[in-house]
Design a protein around this ligand. Sequence first.
Ligand SMILES: C[S@@+](CC[C@H](N)C(=O)[O-])C[C@H]1O[C@@H](n2cnc3c(N)ncnc32)[C@H](O)[C@@H]1O
Length: 299
Amino acid sequence: MDEKHKIEIQPGDAILKLKELENNSIDLIVTDPPYNLAKDYGNDSDSKSFKDYIIFTEAWTKEASRVLKPTGTIYVFMGFRFISYLYQILEKENKLHFCNWICWYYTQGIGRKRGFSPRHDDILMFTKSKDYIFNLDAVRVPQKYYRSINNMRGANPGDVWEFSHVHYCQGNRQDHPTQKPEGLIERMILASSNKGDQVVDPFAGSGTTLRVCQQLKRNCLGFELNADYVELTKKRLSEPFAGFDSTDPKMERVPNDLNDSEIREEYIQNHVDWFLKNHDNARDEFYKKVQNKHSKDKI
Ligand SMILES: C[S@@+](CC[C@H](N)C(=O)[O-])C[C@H]1O[C@@H](n2cnc3c(N)ncnc32)[C@H](O)[C@@H]1O
């Protein structure tokens, strides 16, 4: 592993572990706490009473806010049941600054017969102050059209992010009920931290945040209550890397009107470097799309 960054998973309770960290010492927190929907994480952490869940959320967010640097950012995943309470707690109790309400849109999920089938989770992004890190160039997405006046380096990805769940048949699927797609976490880490920065995930689960930080050369410290998930994370971190397990479909988009073959050739090379840097496994699909679109022309 690169000597310059440290990836560490520790067993234990998030609140107690956060208490061990110094004030204003962490650049970025990316976390996905239990949503309190009675999922089985091998403990009863997802089955609290309403009141206890609020007390738990107040306690861990208080510590998380304390340890963030003044330029730091926190992203928190949350389900519909508690997101409004979480928002209040972050803004009113912890005095953090609201930055974005991100919608993670997924195309597949459970079906409902009465009511609409849920197809998104939400992610709240708050910062400790108004002076925070945001690397837009690191997270741009391909333009829809080639135009000389367009910034072909890409567009702002917006606040609706499409990523599929990690399917059970995928090689990187871990034995954890709520594993998140790596591509989703990649965008948060790239936007809100720099190489060598310190990231924390207090509810590490199968270690997705740690795995992404490992590849993006950030330091990462994770906490996890279930010792089996700690072991699973250690194994995941030791595995060879073949690209992140999920890609925003926009990243494989070939802009329309790339008619000049010289410009197209240069663009295609840039596209791979800009948008598919950590996604070797998505390159073939992109090249196929280029072929389909420009089959009559020399590529
Ligand atoms: C929603 S999952 C995180 C999934 C993770 N983002 C991933 O991609 O695998 C929440 C995790 O928090 C853990 N957890 C619950 N209460 C905890 C606590 N008090 N301290 C540390 N971890 C806890 C659960 O065991 C579970 O693995």
